[in-house]
Ligand binder design. Sequence first.
Ligand code: HEC
Ligand code: HEC
Ligand code: HEC
Length: 154
Amino acid sequence: MASFRILGVWLRSAALVTGMACLATPAMQAVAGVDLPKLERGKGEQCVEDVDTIRRLHPALLKHQRDDTLRRGIRTTRHSLKKCVECHASEQTGSVAASKQDFCVACHSYAAVKLDCWDCHATKPARKPVRQAGALGGASHPTPLWHGASGVIK
Ligand code: HEC
Ligand code: HEC
Ligand code: HEC
């Protein structure tokens, strides 16, 4: 009886350790492209960076793009979120984040990443410019860490 209880404790802690290992790895697996849901290929010949780079660095690249655009007033489009959406919107839904198979969501739900970007930014190309997508006009950005301490969109 006692040994069963010990076994139970052991199993539980083993499960806990395994669980923690799982929590720690999905991002890496996603980045390595292992076990991913099939991702729709983007439009055009290639991405704005080589695939390995964009997989690993797109959070930083988008953040940098945003800071440049909003705080330094530099308007380039290389890592523009709008451009990502233009090339990666799904054939079926016309969006990057409307269904579970849509490009950005397919990967993020697997990696347990949740974005607030779509509260303001359109998930579909054109026709719906970001300024019409919601309560934007001069609003504070909800993720001030990304836009600087003030979080104010200039
Ligand atoms: C509260 C609304 C709001 C949220 C949420 C938000 N943004 Fe923005 N973002 C803006 C506004 C407003 C602009 C300025 C739009 C413009 O000038 O075109 C902007 C501009 C940007 C730009 C530069 C323009 C472009 O298309 O490249 C990037 C990049 C960007 N945001 C990325 C993000 C990312 C990534 C997230 C999620 C992590 C996010 N934003 C969440 C409001 C928001
Ligand atoms: C001009 C169109 C275009 C733009 C703009 C674009 N992409 Fe891509 N993207 C592609 C294509 C095409 C591929 C497939 C490239 C390949 O397989 O060689 C791709 C691949 C990717 C991949 C790898 C997918 C996989 O199978 O693992 C990611 C992640 C990605 N893009 C994210 C982004 C992000 C984030 C942005 C915006 C900063 C962006 N892309 C902008 C066309 C684009
Ligand atoms: C190949 C898988 C994959 C695809 C496709 C992908 N992402 Fe990601 N994304 C990730 C992973 C994994 C993370 C978390 C990695 C990290 O934190 O370093 C992440 C994180 C992010 C973050 C930072 C989130 C935060 O709160 O810090 C943003 C912004 C982002 N992705 C935007 C996009 C957009 C926009 C698209 C679609 C154009 C996209 N991603 C497509 C795998 C992907």
